[in-house]
Design a protein around this ligand. Structure first.
Ligand SMILES: [Zn+2]
Length: 78
């Protein structure tokens, strides 16, 4: 299904992404989104979870709202 709509940008640059659009791609409330500019378009994607120190994407643990990988946890403990 193709979704298309027109939305105004408010004075500080915000737009509302319609619920059916969010549901179509699995965006959830409170979830971080990756925002990129590609060839004149603004692209929104689900942000991939990465370690806050090394950007590793595997072996991740969450602590007080931050994501850290097992390698960095070991380095911090040594
Ligand atoms: Zn790490």
């Amino acid at each position: 299904m193709i979704y298309k709509t027109y939305k105004p940008i408010d004075p500080v640059g915000r737009i509302v992404i319609p619920k059916d659009f969010r549901d179509a791609v699995g965006f959830s409330e409170g979830e971080d989104l990756l925002i990129e500019v590609e060839e004149g378009r603004i692209v929104l994607s689900k942000a991939e979870q990465t370690c806050i120190f090394c950007e590793n994407t595997s072996g991740l643990k969450s602590y007080k709202g931050k994501t850290v990988c097992e390698n960095c946890i070991k380095a911090l403990n040594s």
